[in-house]
Design a protein around this ligand. Structure first.
Ligand code: AMP
Ligand code: MG
Length: 314
């Protein structure tokens, strides 16, 4: 069992000794270590079984601290930071040598975020280095939004779990960079495109662009997930024990206890907060073999939900 609690001083001590702490954020729980120390970063890769060519996001509590680790902060980044930090936005900068190549998978850029979670911001304030913190799940599996998910993923290797309740947003950060006076979106996330568009021209990276860490399948339950028209899928898979991830209502074709509703009031925000938790539940139900679902309305945060559902189903 992982040692856990709300002791920020203890978490800081563990991290100062190159240990690994699971931290809560408003997006998902992160598996954190000193981003400047190869020893800590190696532990993160090995605990997560993450390939070394998938770079890590660094977390800190102020733009002033970020300046110590990056060559240049573009004008647009100041405007975005002012509006959306602390929050679910990650910005890619040109890195200084003090950030080890291991943290960034040999890229000359580094990704930074200031998370919007009080207990974690307090911890970050007390540290004189940033924390590298990918999601606290085994590589490719569903990201954790509750401490119980973290326990399902790991039982050793982690020195402390800083408890912060359930993650308020429940989907990862939006990753952005800048090119030709445009905001380039590398990964859709909890910060929606309409918010970014208030600051500048936005371009979403093409699916086929070869971009570090863009794996086709990700966020996947162990059970096979099929996406499509739910009634058709029930018919196609009628010989299997089906579980349904429903948007706003259950379906009469399947036992009600094998279905989970994301938001009975059709709120995409509520659905995004519940998505990973519902996938964990369905994946752990003994009496179902496969999960079926359909895409949600493709607007606002629905676009990010659909991105994650599509990757879970690949
Ligand atoms: P996560 O697994 O949620 O921590 O997100 C990590 C993802 O951030 C990686 O898979 C990359 O897609 C992206 N990322 C991190 N660092 C960089 C970087 N320097 N350049 C481009 N993308 C990055
Ligand atoms: Mg992840």
């Amino acid at each position: 069992m992982i040692k856990s609690g709300k002791n920020i001083d203890y978490a800081a001590k563990v991290l100062n000794d190159d240990g690994i702490v699971v931290i809560p954020t408003e997006t998902v729980y992160g598996l954190a270590g000193n981003a400047l120390k190869k020893n800590s970063v190696n532990k993160i890769y090995s605990i997560k079984k993450r390939p070394k060519h998938d770079p890590l996001i660094c977390h800190t509590d102020s733009l002033a601290k970020i300046k110590k680790y990056v060559n240049d902060i573009p004008e647009e980044a100041y405007a975005l930071a002012d509006k959306f930090w602390p929050g679910p936005m990650t910005i890619i900068f040109e890195k200084k040598n003090i950030i080890p190549d291991l943290t960034t998978s040999n890229l000359n850029t580094v990704a930074f975020r200031i998370p919007n979670k009080t207990i974690t911001l307090k911890l970050l304030e007390n540290l004189n280095y940033p924390l590298a913190a990918p999601s606290a799940n085994v590589f490719g599996y569903i990201s954790p939004t509750k401490t119980e998910h973290v326990h399902k993923n790991f039982n050793k290797g982690i020195d402390y779990l800083l408890e912060g309740g359930n993650c308020k947003l429940g989907l990862e950060s939006t990753i952005i960079g800048f090119k030709d006076n445009k905001i380039i979106v590398y990964r859709l996330g909890s910060l929606v495109l309409n918010d970014l568009k208030k600051i500048g021209k936005v371009e979403i990276l093409n699916k086929n662009d070869n971009y570090p860490g863009s794996f086709k399948n990700h966020y996947s339950p162990r059970k096979k997930l099929y996406l499509g028209n739910i009634k058709n899928l029930c018919e196609i898979h009628k010989d299997k024990k089906i579980g349904i991830l429903c948007y706003n209502k259950k379906y009469k074709e399947i036992k009600y206890e094998n279905q989970i509703i994301l938001s009975d009031k059709s709120s995409l925000e509520e659905a995004s907060k519940n998505l990973y938790s519902a996938l964990y539940k369905l994946d752990n139900m003994k009496n179902i073999d496969i999960i079926i679902s359909s895409l949600l309305p493709n607007n606002h945060i629905g676009r990010t939900i659909n991105d994650r559902l599509t990757k879970s189903a690949e």
